[in-house]
Structures are given as C-alpha cells and as structure tokens.
Design a protein around this ligand. Structure first.
Ligand code: MRU
Length: 354
C-alpha cells in the first residue's frame, strides 16, 4: 500500500538486512528500522516493532534467509538450526510465524553447500512474502463480495496491510469494496491494551480515505444495539480444525455481541493461519504479555513527544492475555484466499493446508 505516494510493504530484505516499518511509532512518526542480524530480527518480533500474523510470518522467513546469508561456511547448518529456534520462540500464537520459519528451513534442506543454501533461502523468503501479499489480495476480492454499498463495518485490532506483507486480511475486503465504488463506514475498536485499532487501523483507513471512527472497545455493543453495524470482520492468528479462531484479545466478546444482535461475523484467514494439528481452540497457546502494556499507555503529548504514562496505581498488578479464542459457532464464515467457508467446512477441505 502507499504512504505519501510511495509503495511500501511492511517488511523486506535488503542484502542481509531485514528492513521493516517501525510500527510502535505509528501513527505519529513513519520510520524504517534496519535489523542487521537474527537476534535483532527476533527481538523486533517479540517487541512488536513488526506485528500481525502474516507480517511476522514473513519476518520469520526473512530472518531465516538472513541467518543463512550471515552463517559461516564451517558451521552454517548448526547456526541456521539455532536461528530457527530463536525465531520460532519469539511469539507463540500466530501459526504464520512457524509456517514462515519452516518454509525456508524446508527450502534449504537439500542444499549441498552454503552458497546454494543462501540462494535457496533468499528465493524462498521472497516467494513466501509474495504469496502472502497475493493471498491477502484474493481475500479482499472474495470478502468484498460480502460487503454491500452503504455497509457499516466493525473491525477489531489491526488486520490491515501493516499486519501483513501487503493488503491486509480483515481490511483487504474493505479496501477492495471501497476502491470498487461502494460506500463503507468503519467502526475501529481502539483495541486496548496496545491500541492497534486506534493507532494502526485508523492510520491505514485515513491513508485510503475511507470514512471511519475510532471507538472505545466498550462501545461496540452500544452501536450494535442501535442497529448501526451491518457486519464485523476480524483477522485470525490461528484457525484450527473445528473452525475456532484465536485473534486479538476482545475479539471473542465482539463475536458474542454480534450473535446477540444477529450481525454477521466474518473472519479473514489466509490458509497459512490454519493449524489442523489443533483440534479445537483450547489447544492454541495464548501469549501472555508484560503487565506494563495494561498498566501504562503510550502516546504523543502536547509537545509532540512520544511518552509512556502510567494509568494504574503503582502497586497494582496487571494481567495481559494477548489473544482469545472465538468458538466456531459464533463465526458466520471464514474468508480465505481460496474461497469463503463455513467454519465446519474447513476440516472437510484438507487441501487448504497445501
Ligand atoms: O498482537 P498483534 O498486534 O500481533 O495481533 C494482531 C492481530 O490480532 C491480528 O488481528 C491478527 O494477526 C490477524 S490478521 C493480520
């Protein structure tokens, strides 16, 4: 997508340096970060300089390519194996991360020497990123057919192009619908504690000139009860065999509310989020993040400085689960790059895993 007339992806590889948009600074400052080794790339995933399932999947793949490019001829296999472990340990919930790391690992399995491994790894990481961007665009095309002219749509967290390589998952259908001339309005859940909705989704929608408003997470029920929301679209970090999905904390309660009000609840899911080894959502590991994300907030002060401020008493602890599970029964349909499926249809389509 474009920023000030220039096309950007969220993450890419330049030589052996992984480069990415510095997301914690948005929307106040647009900056590119250079990550010169695997430790730095892994740290960028853990600290959420890059975040969003497909984006961290691509970062995992580029991180693997970086590891192969920087490895020494004597011990490259052991170094690359260690890099795979480091990258996979950064965040536990998004299936894309493991897919990205494994994709490059498998691509170099047959390599006879470091030089050919380097070529294979870079090509595989680039292919993964290209395929991911194309899948998100296809999701947009399928999803746009579900959006009627005049629809008012609620979304949670940021499942836009910043969360992916390009296009987005939940926001891609909105971009496609708007670009085809349909009028849409987007209710953007702020998405405490890290406010990916208020900071990133609003930034993206503003860039595309799509009418929207940021609402407090607690306001979704108010607008649903007033009949002002026609559909909900969210992303997913892991989509399991029975159609349960794990997404940003707060997604589950939006799905319950949508069911209560008879509002369709769609999940936009690249097939790279599928994990059929998990039978139900109860098997999905849910990331627990630092309590400071709940107890404090980041923002720009009146002098334009980005500051962290504490909002809870000094000695109150916080709990911070980063994701929750929305059961399949609350999901109207799952929009993939290969079509739109009822959640219970996923397990009948094993070919989706390829
Ligand atoms: O913790 P984050 O910001 O990585 O969480 C992102 C989300 O929950 C998105 O909705 C998700 O990754 C799915 S779509 C890109």
């Amino acid at each position: 997508m474009e920023i000030a007339g220039k096309h950007y992806r969220t993450v890419w590889l330049e030589g052996s340096t992984v480069q990415m948009i510095n997301q914690p600074l948005l929307p106040h400052q647009f900056d590119i970060v250079d990550l010169v080794d695997v430790a730095a790339t892994a740290n960028a995933i853990t600290t959420m300089i890059v975040r969003g399932a497909p984006a961290i999947g691509a970062t995992g793949a580029y991180g693997m390519a970086q590891a192969v490019l920087l490895a020494s001829p004597e011990s490259w296999k052991a170094e690359v194996a260690a890099a795979a472990r480091t990258l996979a340990a950064t965040r536990p919930t998004a299936q894309d991360l493991f897919h990205g790391v494994d994709f490059v690992k498998r691509a170099i399995e047959g390599a006879q020497d470091l030089h050919s491994a380097q070529e294979l790894a870079v090509a595989a990481a680039r292919d993964l990123a290209d395929d991911s961007a194309a899948a998100c665009e296809r999701i947009g095309e399928y999803g746009a057919e579900l959006i009627e002219d005049g629809f008012r749509i609620l979304t949670h967290c940021n499942a836009g192009w910043l969360a992916c390589v390009d296009w987005g998952t939940a926001l891609s259908p909105i971009y496609k619908a708007a670009r085809s001339g349909k009028k849409v309005f987007v209710y953007v859940d702020e998405t405490r504690p890290r406010c990916q909705g208020a900071r990133l989704t609003a930034y993206e929608l503003g860039g595309e000139q799509i009418p929207h408003a940021v609402i407090a997470d607690n306001a979704a029920g108010y607008y649903m009860a007033r009949g002002e929301i026609d559909m909900v679209i969210v992303g997913t970090d892991r989509t399991v065999r029975n159609g349960d999905v794990a997404n940003k904390i707060g997604t589950y309660e939006k799905a319950v509310l949508a069911k209560r009000h008879g509002i369709p609840f769609y999940v936009a899911a690249p097939t790279t989020t599928l994990d059929f080894a998990c039978a139900t959502g109860a098997d999905i590991p849910i990331e627990q993040r630092h309590e400071d994300e709940v107890l404090c907030m980041f923002g720009r002060d009146e002098e334009g400085k980005i500051r962290k401020v504490r909002i809870a008493p000094d000695n109150s602890p916080g709990y911070n689960p980063a994701f929750d599970v929305t059961p399949a029964e609350l999901v109207t349909a799952i929009i993939t790059e290969r079509g739109v499926f009822k959640p219970e249809e996923l397990s009948e389509n094993d070919e989706l895993l390829r």
